[in-house]
Design a protein around this ligand. Structure first.
Ligand SMILES: NC(=O)c1ccc[n+]([C@@H]2O[C@H](COP(=O)([O-])OP(=O)(O)OC[C@H]3O[C@@H](n4cnc5c(N)ncnc54)[C@H](OP(=O)(O)O)[C@@H]3O)[C@@H](O)[C@H]2O)c1
Length: 288
């Protein structure tokens, strides 16, 4: 079997077109969704991510406020900025690019973002609502993965979804999404991590395998069964360029569907961030 490729770029283009239609409708009512991006420090990868998010936002009609801060920014200065953005009526979404420098308490900052402006969906209230099955918005990467599954007509009801990775931004919210009794979910979910005994035994049972590990080609062909759907979240910079967390070339011969890296989950993450920003802007304006 050679896998069908889940083309994240194409699906993300559809999402962006939908968001553009929404911003145009909002413009007719004099509403412009606005996204404030906050980047502390000069990590090259983070800069690339923030630039791509800003560019994509501008293209779909979202106003951008760029807040680049030096790595040495005192925590209090960041706190003051977030409070100012929270009280600025023109700002519908706030994105704080992670990771933050070590001297800044990441949890404190994520807790400070107004949950109604939390474009990334990382605030505990939004994560709690997601877990309860009543999300305002979902973190962009898991939400983008769910959209890829839905829009590729991949059956999730009853599927055994195995997630490798339990970060607060990918693995845990992904599990919270897929266990819901809802369309594009209703799955049986296993979450694996470094404490998992016999990882292969779990991954081999996956109907849908979601790898969010952060190690190049950590998932190899013997670890998956024939016909599996593989979603590769990983972005690893290696001598061979950008590679995912799965051994794409070998696994595509066994899988039924697979996402490439780059061009898979990454573009969807950006698409869903834009969608989240518009959702928040509509909610602020009282539009269902
Ligand atoms: N495409 C996108 O838009 C996007 C978005 C976000 C992240 N990413 C990428 O996705 C990857 C994961 O990101 P993250 O933020 O979730 O990473 P993270 O916070 O570093 O979490 C990695 C997770 O993988 C688990 N893990 C590591 N090695 C393992 C092993 N050998 N066996 C089993 N589990 C293992 C860790 O377990 P423990 O908890 O036990 O340590 C942890 O839960 C990274 O490559 C990141 O760059 C991509």
């Amino acid at each position: 079997m050679t896998a069908n490729i889940i083309d994240g770029k194409r699906i993300a283009a559809d999402v962006r077109a939908e968001v553009t239609r929404e911003t145009k409708t909002l413009a007719d009512r004099d509403i412009t969704p606005g996204l404030a991006t906050v980047l502390v420090g000069d990590d090259p990868a983070s800069k690339v991510y923030v630039n791509s998010k800003q560019k994509a936002a501008a293209e779909v009609g979202i106003k951008i406020w760029d807040h680049p801060l030096p790595a040495s920014t005192p925590q209090q200065e960041l706190v003051d900025l977030i409070e100012q953005l929270n009280s600025d009526d023109a700002v519908s979404g706030i994105l704080v690019q992670l990771p933050l420098p070590e001297h800044i308490d990441e949890d404190l900052i994520l807790n400070l973002v107004d949950p109604d402006k939390d474009a990334d969906g990382f605030h505990p209230r939004n994560l709690g609502r997601l877990l309860m099955g009543d999300p305002l918005i979902a973190p962009a990467t898991p939400a983008g993965i769910q959209q890829m599954l839905i829009r590729s007509n991949i059956e999730t009801t009853g599927a055994h979804v195995v997630i490798v990775g339990r970060s607060n931004i990918v693995g845990k919210p992904m599990a919270a999404l897929m266990i819901q009794k809802a369309a594009g979910a209703n799955s049986t979910v296993t979450v694996c991590h470094t404490g998992t005994r016999d990882l292969d035994a779990h991954t081999q049972r996956a109907d849908i395998l979601i790898a969010a590990i952060g190690r190049a080609k950590a998932v190899t062909a013997p670890m998956v069964k024939e016909g599996v759907v593989v979603i590769d979240v990983g972005i690893n910079r290696t001598e061979d360029g950008l590679v995912g967390d799965v051994d794409f070339d070998a696994i595509k011969e066994k899988a039924s569907w697979i996402t490439p890296v780059p061009g898979g989950v990454g573009p969807m993450t950006i698409g869903m961030l834009l969608s989240n920003t518009v959702t928040l802007a509509k909610r602020r304006a009282g539009i269902p």
